[in-house]
Design a protein around this ligand. Structure first.
Ligand SMILES: CC(C)(COP(=O)(O)OP(=O)(O)OC[C@H]1O[C@@H](n2cnc3c(N)ncnc32)[C@H](O)[C@@H]1OP(=O)(O)O)[C@@H](O)C(=O)NCCC(=O)NCCS
Length: 220
């Protein structure tokens, strides 16, 4: 089989950064994360240095083309497995930002404000639709532009949904416009749409973030 899914290791980080840049670089919401003069690769490399942690709650998975050995797609599923416990709101990206020296020196920095706004939205979404129940959150997903429409993202989505089904827990995500229809195909349902004006982060666009939830399927 040409495409193979496996867990990521730290050795995959440089390739992850390159493919992320190609896939996400042109996406308005991703552009807003970057401060003037900063390149996305630098930001993501810094985030991965701090935020990459492969454990039961952070599952980093990749798809490799076995003919070339190239990493062509990757995802991060975050599993909040303890029902009834306060929901951890901090995403790995936010952890990285908080630990980023630049942000610590400039607390009013645009990037830190971008994450703070994102955290507020995430808290609101979870308070309204998730509560304290256990859930799996698809936090990161991208496919190399030259390898899209080969089913790589579908493999990564299905992998996480299967994990959620085994545990009988819901899956959550915030969809980009590109990912939205794919998520519908995998059983996610739209629960809320939010228009985000990105002009405060020097991107002259309004982006729509779609909060989606998938109910677990019974595993027979
Ligand atoms: C959204 C994204 C991750 C999808 O990645 P992908 O690997 O192309 O996804 P898939 O190949 O699984 O599915 C894409 C389409 O190809 C189709 N497809 C899947 N396997 C296929 C195959 N072997 N041959 C032809 N088409 C196929 C799917 O049915 C799907 O069709 P649709 O567009 O009608 O829904 C990718 O476009 C991307 O990285 N975009 C930029 C970043 C982004 O928006 N990420 C999501 C953040 S929430």
């Amino acid at each position: 089989m040409p495409l193979q899914l496996s867990h990521m290791s730290e050795a995959d980080i440089p390739e992850f950064v390159e493919v992320d840049d190609l896939a996400m670089g042109r996406y308005a919401y991703a552009k807003a994360m970057v401060t003037e003069g900063q390149c996305r690769k630098e930001l993501i490399r810094g985030f991965m240095r701090v935020g990459f942690k492969q454990d039961d709650s952070n599952m980093w998975v990749k798809v490799v083309d076995t003919q070339t050995n190239e990493l062509i797609a990757a995802a991060m599923w975050k599993f909040h497995l303890e029902a009834g416990q306060p929901i951890e709101q901090e995403t790995p990206q936010q952890t990285a930002e908080v630990k980023n020296d630049h942000v610590q020196e400039n607390p009013s920095d645009k990037t830190s404000n971008f994450w703070a706004e994102g955290e507020k939205r995430s808290k609101k979404f979870k308070a309204k639709f998730v509560g304290s129940q256990a859930h799996a959150d698809l936090s990161i997903l991208f496919t190399h532009p030259q390898h899209q429409r080969r089913g790589a993202a579908s493999m990564l989505i299905k992998w996480g949904c299967d994990q959620a089904d085994k545990r009988g827990i819901i899956s959550t995500l915030h969809a980009s416009s590109e990912g939205y229809h794919l998520y519908l195909k995998h059983g996610f349902e739209l629960v809320e749409e939010t228009a985000i004006d990105l002009r405060s982060w020097s991107v002259n666009e309004t982006t729509i973030r779609r909060a989606m939830i998938r109910q677990p399927k019974k595993v027979i």
